[in-house]
Design a protein around this ligand. Structure first.
Ligand code: NAI
Length: 330
């Protein structure tokens, strides 16, 4: 039995979390769950976006499964996700994107993993109005965090039998910040002669990803490019409804879908729970519950392959109908 924290989140968060936990239980996952809140719901009910007791629970339990939370654009509060990643020092986001049989896509044979630095870059939150017509955001990149994420990406590649790591920057323009990120990646790459190392500028990387994504393997990215590119790779492999994610730090791990709270479809039954279910599969593997992870993954893959799909993937199943089918197919 593993102790975990679960945050249902906002929008479609509660629906896909309920679906995911039902499927996990049916697959035999042994989870002792503490439900905690964060996001717009937490603000309404507890007056805080990221209550201290939610953080305490994750710190005590070490592992969390998190639904998406709403962050208003522009003025207002800072992102809960950014705060969570910074507070727990969840420095590495790992976002796999792989073709799934039964999901229509433009390309076959895509199997890409984005490893995104999760604590710095424009997400450091150093932003100010210099005067009423001039805004300034600082892109913060440090040698220690860049080296740490590069080492993580190469270690991950090695452990998972991957062949190539492509580092993605705009080092020709951001010579100091991205230049240093690239320099750190080059230094770490020297220690991994078994892994091919490739350097790409982010604009060229996007063009190549959109035209020949099969050529890519592991992508090592600073925070902003990783955020954008992992949505791009999600689009290549079936859309946000299928894209899982994991955030790792020293001693903590938070598993969550790449997508957001999708407020326009919340409560309509249209949410695709696959991304959250795949995130849960990653969590179960992390916890050493491989049999339950395999069973849950099998159920999802078989359901999708059979053409039983939610609306975003061209089907008509609701979130709960899809979940029942997953459980039947385990
Ligand atoms: P979004 O990912 O919520 O939605 C983008 C599009 O994808 C929408 O058309 C939505 O309906 C669709 N979509 C997303 N997930 C889906 C699913 N599981 N099934 C079916 N369709 C799905 O991104 P958006 O609209 O930019 O952001 C909405 C809110 O979510 C914002 O407040 C944003 O800050 C927040 N957000 C939270 C994240 C997190 O908590 N990890 C990540 C990204 C955004």
């Amino acid at each position: 039995m593993n102790k975990i924290t679960v945050i249902e989140g906002d929008g479609i968060g509660p629906e896909i979390t309920k679906a995911t936990l039902e499927a996990a239980r049916a697959a035999g996952a042994e989870l002792d769950i503490e439900f905690m809140s964060a996001g717009a719901n937490a603000l309404k009910e507890e007056g805080e976006l990221l209550p201290a007791k939610t953080l305490e629970s994750i710190k005590k339990r070490g592992v969390a499964l998190k639904g998406p939370v709403t962050t208003p654009i522009g003025k207002g509060f800072r992102s809960v996700n950014v705060a969570l990643r910074k507070t727990l020092n969840l420095y590495a986001a790992v976002r796999p994107a792989k073709n799934i049989e039964g999901v229509k896509t433009h390309f076959e044979g895509v199997d890409i993993v984005t490893v995104r630095e999760n604590t710095e870059d424009l997400y450091a939150g150093i932003e100010e109005m210099q005067d009423k017509d001039t805004a300034r955001s600082i892109k913060l990149i440090t040698r220690s965090a860049s080296t740490r994420i590069a080492r993580f990406a190469f270690d991950w590649a090695l452990k998972n039998g991957r062949k190539k790591v492509s580092v993605i920057t705009k080092a020709n323009i951001c010579k100091f910040s991205d230049g240093m990120f690239l320099d750190c990646a080059r230094n770490i790459a020297k220690n991994y002669p078994q892994i091919n190392f490739e350097e790409l500028l982010v604009d060229n990387a996007c063009m190549q990803l959109a035209s020949a994504p099969q050529n890519f393997d592991v992508l090592l990215c600073p925070n902003l490019y990783g955020d954008i590119i992992s949505d791009l790779t999600a689009g290549l492999t079936g859309g946000l409804g299928f894209a899982p994610g994991a955030n790792y730090g020293d001693g903590f791990a938070v598993f969550e879908a790449v997508h957001g709270s999708a407020p326009t479809i919340a409560g309509t039954g249209k949410a695709n729970p696959c991304a959250m279910m795949f995130s849960c599969v990653l969590m179960l593997r992390h916890l050493g519950q491989a049999a339950a992870a395999d069973k849950m993954e099998r159920g999802v893959l078989k359901t999708v392959k059979s053409g039983f799909l939610t609306a975003d993937a061209g089907g008509s199943a609701t979130c709960s109908e899809f979940t029942r089918e997953v459980i039947k197919n385990m």
